[in-house]
Design a protein around this ligand. Structure first.
Ligand SMILES: [Zn+2]
Length: 330
């Protein structure tokens, strides 16, 4: 009995040690939150769900890759006064001051010391701390900005719907710039954000992360459900798995792989990578192939354009993500 107890204590301690400490990224006190309606800033629809992660907008036709958190304090002119804080310790990876996209003014942090090196993103900021610069190492809870409603999207965000758009996720490819420059249809709009372009960032649901004061982020990603699978043939392993080796299936050796069996979430995050040896019957004939889906996720996969409506072919989101992942592997 006593040994059972001490084993349990050891397991609990190990769990605590392998976890990132998380703080709420706005002035709101996390302990006052009872449900998402307490922090959600809805879109013009007024539906609280529209602030959450997923196919929550335009009758489930538009994906929202983060969570929108409302302000708790406003100046007499109605502008929010909430401070924006680093959700966990990390370093400043990117600062976007000009108003040149839907995120408006935004900051991205990279968290190399987390169990898996995620990024966190803080968007629509009114202002960014003047002293903040790329490379700064910050503890959790550091003030980096003030909440706002900056954005260049055609449907501007009015001040009464000011919010923090918060994201946590993974970077698809360090070679994103090469992929971008190869896209004929993007030739007229140069990439202004390097690898920190939204198309190269894959957010997962931040709410389970923000809800707790300590989270093992690698376990969080590993536990995301698989919705479809792809096989790919590569000469060199994608840099994604060098950055995120924790997502390799047991026994998968990138040095011996001729390709990969890759499991994706319904929104396109490649969450598990199994190496395929040169003799594998699973290797695709061409560069890559969509090989399996979980019927439970079929409606979401279609809405997210991961697959076509008849579920027979890959959709534009899956094609783009796989294309970016494979940049520089052949
Ligand atoms: Zn948002």
């Amino acid at each position: 009995m006593r040994r059972g107890l001490s084993t349990l204590v050891c397991l609990l301690l190990a769990g605590l040690l392998e976890a990132s400490e998380i703080v709420w990224p706005t002035s709101m006190d996390r302990t006052t939150i009872r449900s998402y309606e307490d922090y959600a800033q809805p879109t013009v629809s007024g539906k609280p769900e529209s602030a959450l992660f997923g196919m929550v907008r335009d009758d489930q036709h538009r994906f929202h890759e983060g969570v929108d958190i409302r302000p708790i304090t406003r100046a007499s002119n109605g502008e929010p006064l909430d401070r924006i804080f680093t959700a966990m310790k990390g370093s400043v990876a990117y600062i976007n001051q000009p108003l040149n996209g839907p995120y408006g003014k935004y900051v991205i942090l990279y968290h190399p010391e987390a169990e898996i090196p995620v990024y966190t993103l803080y968007a629509h900021l009114a202002s960014i701390e003047k002293t903040l610069k790329v490379g700064d190492k910050l503890p959790k809870g550091s003030a980096i900005a003030t909440m706002g409603h900056t954005s260049t999207s055609p449907t501007a965000i009015p001040k009464d719907r000011a919010h923090l758009h918060f994201e946590v996720g993974l970077v698809l490819s360090a070679n994103f710039g090469n992929w971008y420059n190869q896209q004929a249809e993007l030739r007229d709009s140069p990439n202004q954000h390097g690898i920190w372009n939204g198309q190269n960032l894959l957010g997962f649901d931040p709410v389970p992360v923000l809800a707790r004061s300590s989270v093992n982020l690698l376990d969080s990603v590993r536990q995301l459900p698989t919705a479809l699978a792809v096989t790919m043939r590569t000469k060199r392993p994608p840099d994604f798995i060098q950055r995120y080796p924790g997502l390799l299936a047991p026994g998968s050796d990138p040095a011996k792989a001729a390709g990969w069996y890759v499991e994706f979430t319904w929104y396109g995050l490649p969450k598990r990578w199994t190496a395929l040896p040169p003799e594998s019957q699973q290797l695709p004939k061409g560069t890559w192939s969509y090989v399996a889906l979980d019927q439970e996720f079929r409606p979401l996969l279609v809405q997210r354009k991961m697959i076509t409506a008849d579920a027979k072919m890959p959709g534009e989101t899956l094609i783009r993500n796989v294309d970016i992942l494979l940049t520089g592997t052949r």
